[in-house]
Design a protein around this ligand. Structure first.
Ligand code: NAP
Length: 303
């Protein structure tokens, strides 16, 4: 069975290269003729691991290609997911499976709603990769990927292919709990690193602010029916701040490089959920306002 992979960015390349070298059939879907021509000129995807760079000449096609898709890895940003899938919907076979790699929450549900009769698996990953140049990706941090389907606890048989490809993963019967937990960690750390213009570790200078946010986020998780995701949240946030002290958060990197953030699917999603539940979380709400002001001042998208 061919894996179609939409998005030859950081994670798309990381997955495509590992599947292809394990002998799994892979095809990339690139957004338009210009990107396809640039890809062909580059001669393939290059994955850099340590001091070793390897190129993979994976076949690529446009979204409008006619061939049906049985299995799709959606490796674009959360804000691109719904449109990308809408374009591909006519090609998705009945019973097709999609693996959604987007961070945060909201985009997965929007995609799944558009696709009755297809199975949408959600993923949460701690792997790290970044684009060094067009179609050249650096594998920056080993990690783990949890996969699950909120509608069906049965793991698909093809997880074996991931094993074979050396993609560290685990089937998670409660993937929503994992995604909520990661979202809460992100909300407690990333926006503050943007506002203070600092590394994760520098948040140790703002203990009261971090603690207040964790308390509000825990309340939100409880109210949203995710008590396990609230368990010892503050302790884990402090642990992550220490363990990643030298790093700049992904949101900090996006803002520093003038790129659109995934705010709508992270802090925006949390604030919208609080509002839906009539939950008054003043610090979280104020954080969102400060972050939006910060993005506005820099001319960056607010969604
Ligand atoms: P990325 O490097 O920006 O790659 C996204 C890719 O999607 C780009 O190559 C983009 O194409 C492509 N794309 C967008 N819309 C498309 C369309 N309609 N058709 C075809 N291609 C399309 O992003 P990323 O870092 O891989 O992140 C993907 C998701 O994984 C995000 O939600 C992110 O938060 C999450 N994540 C990333 C990491 C990481 O280490 N990078 C770790 C954990 C989670 P162009 O090249 O043409 O713009």
């Amino acid at each position: 069975m061919t894996w179609h992979i939409l998005g030859a960015g950081s994670l798309g390349t990381l997955w495509a290269a590992r599947l292809a070298r394990a002998g799994v059939p892979v095809r990339l879907i690139l957004r338009n003729h210009e990107r396809l021509a640039a890809y062909q000129a580059a001669g393939g995807l290059t994955l850099i691991e340590g001091d070793q760079a390897s190129q993979y000449a994976i076949p690529a096609e446009l979204p409008q290609t006619k061939a049906p898709i049985q299995r799709l890895l959606l490796a674009c940003k959360a804000y691109d997911a719904e449109n990308a899938v809408a374009e591909l919907a006519p090609r998705l076979a009945e019973g097709a499976e999609l693996l959604l790699l987007q961070n945060g929450l909201g985009s997965q549900q929007a995609v799944a709603q558009r696709l009755p009769g297809r199975r949408c698996l959600f993923a949460s990953s701690t792997e790290g990769a970044f684009r060094q140049a067009d179609f050249q990706v650096v594998f920056a941090g080993n990690g783990h990927t949890w996969l699950g389907d909120p509608e069906n606890p049965q793991a698909p048989l093809w997880l074996e292919e991931l094993q074979h490809a050396g993609i560290a993963h685990q089937w998670s019967p409660d993937i929503l709990m994992r995604l909520w937990r990661k979202l809460a960690l992100n909300c407690a750390i990333n926006p503050l690193t943007v506002l203070y213009g600092c590394r994760n570790g520098d948040l140790r200078e703002h203990p009261a602010e971090v603690a207040t946010l964790c308390a509000e986020l825990s309340e939100l998780l409880q109210r949203c029916g995710q008590p396990a995701a609230a368990d010892n949240l503050h302790d884990e946030v402090l642990r992550v701040i220490v363990a990643t002290a030298a790093n700049y958060s992904s949101m900090h990197q996006d803002v520093a490089q003038g790129r659109r953030t995934e705010i709508t699917y992270l802090l925006g999603y949390a604030c919208a959920a609080a509002q839906r539940h009539d939950l008054h979380l003043p610090h979280l709400h104020h954080l969102q306002q400060r972050l939006l002001d910060h993005l506005r001042e820099r001319g960056l998208p607010l969604n």
